[in-house]
Design a protein around this ligand. Structure first.
Ligand code: ADP
Length: 469
């Protein structure tokens, strides 16, 4: 019922909205800028009739007195013309003075009109600047009058609160337009208790639910009873917070596992020493050593990831030969591959594979991809690195005929700590961060990375890096 009421009270005079901000016109905004000062009409030259009548009476009076006093013709003529001259001169001086004072009044008016015009144009420009800023803000802004009516609202507020698209919000009662009890209670609280308040709400916008932080405060430099509501979309902040929490949980989990193993082996070593069992002691010490190495690897990988995520700032971009970098990596991996009876080859190149990259970053990328290929390929398998020149750069492909990756995992393997087979981690030696490092480094080098794979048929990881030119 109240809804009907409110829509009847909607004031269509709201000033809107070329810039997306609606405000109640507090004063008559006047004509559109530019405004030129209106010319003041000149005062016309109009001698006063009273003066003319007085003058005529004076001339007639002088003539009559001359006749009464018995003056001759020339004397009367002289007296009358003297009186006429006197009247004429007085009239002229009087009107000249009037005309001059009208001129200076006009001049004063014109200067003051120009001054007001300048102030008005400045004010108008300032207010349009403020409106533009408000309309471009990602935070929503609403100002409420003492009677809780909306007197100012920007576009973001309408969007964040999922307000009806009719766009008529000005002079509507806030509680009738925004039916979110937590916000209305907060507004009421601030009005009653005179203290600012924050409230987090969830706004249902069609199928989506949007977390919004609302700050309700009093406006101190205007009438104390005006309220300002600021709405902030918390979606991104909550997403980042969730990623942070997940990362900490993952790191703790990854560190806890080898630490727990070390603790267990250490206790067992103690027993083996007590039993003077030298073989068992050696075995458990070797296990402790292995877990320590795993911890080292994990920490080193996390530091590499942090560096990769900090983007370009830590990289030294220069022209490098990618084939040379890969061949350096190869010497370290050949023994590992041959231990697993895997054939590891690099396709020979005629010339240099010149790309614009940081040498160490390129080395890390190649190491991670080749190490993964070897680890996820069964004995007697093959791993091959090839290069092909493409528009604007080179693509390096690391191809294996290993276990492959099902399509549903192909996006996720680039996430931190994501592994397709979680249970395998203890013996495959991976940390789950390798591909995340590759993705972040490639992005920092302005390249791209992708995977083509089929379960059971192997995988090809392709990294494209730009040419120096
Ligand atoms: P990890 O250290 O576990 O290898 P990565 O981030 O390097 O972590 O890889 C994430 C996951 O992607 C791996 O656990 C594995 O399941 C999958 N993967 C990566 N490379 C290959 C590959 N060449 N063949 C099959 N699976 C792979």
């Amino acid at each position: 019922m109240s809804n009907v009421d409110s829509s009847e009270r909607v004031d269509t005079r709201q000033s809107e909205s070329s810039n997306g901000v609606s405000v109640v016109p507090m004063i008559d905004p006047g004509p559109e800028y530019p405004v030129t000062p209106r010319a003041i009409d000149h005062v016309p030259f109009q001698p006063r009739t009273s003066l003319i009548t007085g003058g005529i009476f004076l001339i007639v009076g002088v003539a009559w007195i001359s006749v009464v006093l018995g003056a001759g013709g020339p004397v009367i003529l002289t007296a009358v013309s003297s009186a006429g001259f006197l009247v004429g001169a007085t009239l002229s001086i009087f009107n000249l003075l009037r005309w001059e004072s009208a001129e200076s009044a006009y001049e004063k008016e014109r200067t003051s009109a120009e001054e007001w015009h300048r102030k008005y144009a400045n004010l108008r420009a300032e207010s349009s600047r403020t409106a533009t800023v408000l309309s471009h803000m990602t935070d929503g802004i609403i100002m409420l009058s003492p009677s809780q009516e909306i007197v100012l609202i920007n576009e973001a507020a309408g969007r964040l609160l999922a307000l009806p698209a009719d766009g008529i919000y000005i002079r509507r009662r806030f509680s009738e337009l925004v039916r979110v009890p937590e916000i209305n209670q907060s507004v009421e609280k601030v009005r009653r208790e005179n203290v600012d308040d924050n409230v987090s709400v969830e706004i249902v916008d069609g199928a989506a639910i949007r977390p919004v932080l609302v700050r309700v405060s009093r406006i101190l430099d205007a009438s104390a009873s005006h309220l300002l509501l600021v709405f902030r979309d918390e979606t991104e902040a909550q997403r980042v917070e969730a990623i942070r929490r997940e990362f900490i949980a993952n790191v703790s989990h990854e560190l806890k596992t080898p630490l727990a193993a070390i603790k267990g082996y250490a206790e067992t070593v103690e027993l083996a020493i007590e039993d003077e069992d030298a073989d068992a002691t050696k075995h458990f010490i070797a296990q402790i050593d292995q877990q320590c190495k795993r911890l080292e690897l994990l920490i080193a990988d996390m530091m590499r990831l942090a560096r990769a995520q900090s983007g370009k700032s830590t990289l030294l971009l220069q022209t490098i030969d990618l084939a040379k970098v890969v061949n350096q990596t190869l010497s370290a991996f050949l023994p590992v591959a041959s231990a697993k009876q895997i054939e590891l080859t690099v396709a020979p190149q005629k010339g240099p594979v010149a790309v614009m990259a940081d040498e160490e970053a390129a080395l890390t990328i190649a190491q991670n991809l080749i190490s993964n290929a070897i680890r996820h390929t069964n004995p007697q398998g093959h791993v091959e690195v090839t290069f092909r020149q493409e528009k604007g750069g080179w693509t390096m492909a690391v191809c294996d005929d290993g276990v492959g990756i099902a399509p549903e995992f192909q996006e996720r393997i680039f996430e931190r700590f994501y592994r397709v087979h979680r249970t395998r981690r203890a013996h495959d030696g991976g940390t789950g961060i390798g591909l995340s490092i590759v993705k972040n480094l490639t992005r920092a080098l302005q390249g791209t990375v992708g995977v083509i794979s089929n379960p059971g048929e192997g995988s090809t990881f392709e990294v494209w890096l730009p040419s120096p030119d």
